[in-house]
Design a protein around this ligand. Structure first.
Ligand code: F6P
Length: 324
C-alpha cells in the first residue's frame, strides 16, 4: 500500500489533558503534508467499539491549539479489558482499513493499546495525563497547565485566607501520585504537602506543625493535599478543633484539568504529535514518543508499559525544608 492510501487511526482516551488538541492538530497537519488520511475515533476505545470513526481534515483542527480538553472526546473503557472487547476493537480497525492507531492518553490507554498491538494493530503512543504518573516519560501532556491552574487557584484562596489569618487546606488532583501536589505546594509556598507516596504523615503531625508555625509567628498556613490522600474537609475541621485556628478546605477537582494549555503543553503536544506521525510513516510500530533526559525519543510500547513507578523523594524532602 502506498503512503497516500494509508489510513491512520487517532484517539484520545482516559482523563482528558490540556495539550491533547495540540497533538491532534499536529498529527492531522503532518499527515496532510504527506497526503495521508487520519481517521478520528470518538470517545476513545469506547467509541472504537461502537465504530465511531470520522475522517479528520485540517479544517477540523483550526483554532484548537488553544483549547483544553479533546475535540475527539474521551472515555474510560472497561470493555477493552476483556478479551472479547479487544478482539472486536482490532476487527473494527481492520474492517476500516486502519493499519496504525495513534493513542493519546495515560498508562491505562497504553495498556489497552498493547492488547491491540498483540492483535496485529500497529500502535504509536503519546503520553498525556495531568498526574505525570507515567514512569516511562519525564513529561506527559497536561501537567504544566494543571500546575499553573492549581497555582493560580491557590493564590486566590491565599489572598482571602491570609486576610482572615486562617489555615487553608487545598486538595489538588492526583489519585495515585503526588507530583501535582508537590509542584502546586512548592510553587505556592505551602507549609505542608501531603502526598499518597508518604503514608507516614498523619493528622497529628500536621496539627503539631501548624501549632509550631503559629507559635513562631506565622499567621497563615497552607496545606496542599493530593486527592489520593483525601479527607481535606475532615482535616480542616480537625485542625480548627484542636488548634482553634479557623480553617477552610477547598477541593479544586476538575477545575484543574480544564483550561487553555500553557505554551509548554502546546509545544510538547505539537512536537509529540508531529514526531508520532513521522515515525508511523517511517514504519515505526508499537512505540511511544516520550521525553527522556529532556529530549523527545521513541521507546518500545512494551518498555513504556513495563517501566515501574519509582518515587523520587527529593522534591518532597525539599518541600519540608521550604516550609521552615
Ligand atoms: O486524569 C487524571 C485524573 O484527573 C486524576 O488526577 C484523577 O484522580 C482522575 O483523573 C479523575 O478521573 P475522573 O474524571 O474519571 O473522575
Amino acid at each position: 500500500m502506498s503512503q497516500k492510501q494509508r489510513k491512520i487511526g487517532l484517539l484520545t482516551s482516559g482523563g482528558d489533558a490540556p495539550g491533547m488538541n495540540a497533538a491532534i492538530r499536529a498529527i492531522v497537519r503532518a499527515a496532510a503534508n504527506h497526503h495521508v488520511s487520519v481517521m478520528g475515533i470518538k470517545r476513545g476505545f469506547e467509541g472504537l467499539l461502537h465504530n465511531e470513526i470520522v475522517e479528520l481534515k485540517t479544517g477540523d483542527t483550526a483554532g484548537i491549539i488553544r483549547r483544553g480538553g479533546t475535540i475527539l472526546l474521551t472515555a474510560r473503557c472497561p470493555g477493552l479489558m476483556e478479551t472479547a472487547g479487544q478482539n472486536t476493537a482490532a476487527a473494527i480497525l481492520k474492517e476500516a482499513d486502519i493499519d496504525t492507531l495513534i493513542v493519546i492518553g495515560g498508562d491505562g490507554t497504553f495498556r489497552g493499546a498493547m492488547s491491540l498491538a498483540e492483535r496485529g494493530v500497529n500502535i504509536l503512543g503519546i503520553p498525556a495525563t495531568i498526574d505525570l504518573d507515567m514512569p516511562c516519560t519525564e513529561y506527559s501532556l497536561g501537567f504544566d497547565t494543571a500546575c499553573n491552574t492549581g497555582m493560580d487557584a491557590i493564590g486566590r484562596i491565599m489572598d482571602t485566607s491570609m486576610s482572615h489569618e486562617r489555615c487553608s487546606v487545598v486538595e489538588v488532583m492526583g489519585r495515585g501520585a503526588g507530583y501535582l501536589a508537590l509542584w502546586c505546594g512548592l510553587t505556592s509556598g505551602a507549609e505542608i504537602v501531603l502526598i499518597p507516596e508518604d503514608i507516614e504523615m498523619d493528622t497529628d503531625a500536621v496539627i503539631k506543625q501548624i501549632k509550631n508555625n503559629r507559635e513562631n509567628g506565622k499567621t497563615h498556613n497552607l496545606v496542599v493535599i493530593a486527592e489520593g490522600v483525601g479527607g481535606s474537609n475532615a482535616l480542616a475541621r480537625e485542625i480548627q478543633r484542636v488548634t482553634g485556628i479557623e480553617s477552610r478546605a477547598t477541593i479544586l477537582g476538575h477545575l484543574q484539568r480544564g483550561g487553555s494549555p500553557t505554551a509548554v503543553d502546546r509545544m510538547h503536544g505539537t512536537v509529540m504529535g508531529y514526531m508520532a506521525l513521522e515515525s508511523v510513516l517511517a514504519n515505526e510500530k508499537n512505540k511511544a514518543v516520550v521525553v527522556k533526559e529532556g529530549r523527545h525519543v521513541l521507546i518500545s510500547l512494551d518498555e513504556a508499559i513495563k517501566t515501574k513507578p519509582a518515587f523520587n523523594p527529593s522534591l518532597y524532602e525539599m518541600s519540608k525544608v521550604m516550609s521552615i
